[in-house]
Design a binder for this molecule. Structure first.
Ligand SMILES: [Zn+2]
Length: 100
């Protein structure tokens, strides 16, 4: 479950809407029910941000280009790194980017 607005996975349960579970994002405060599509804007912008990062852009540059908080981008990069079998140590990911 990810936030449809910012892509964060810091989701808390926030009561029920009818028979649907309502959720709230701990990062941006967006509320949504669990049938909400999470494959829209947030996933696209996440891909774009990760691509920018892989092309050597720093988190601050990505923030300026996409209006996505650099903290969100850092979280996405960490998430993506965790999905690799041999991920680089998280400590090497810094605000300056790692390809300089
Ligand atoms: Zn959010």
């Amino acid at each position: 479950m990810k936030c449809p607005k910012c892509g964060s996975s810091h989701i808390r349960k926030n009561g029920k809407r009818g028979d649907k579970q309502n959720h709230i994002c701990a990062d941006c405060g967006r509320q949504f029910i669990d049938t909400y599509s999470v494959l829209g804007y947030a996933q696209d912008i996440k891909k774009i941000c990760l691509k920018m990062y892989c092309n050597g852009m720093g988190f601050r540059q990505i923030e300026r280009c996409t209006d996505v908080s650099h903290n969100s981008v850092i979280n996405w990069v960490k998430d993506a790194a965790k999905q690799l079998p041999e991920h680089p140590p998280i400590e090497t990911i810094t605000l300056g980017g790692s390809y300089k």
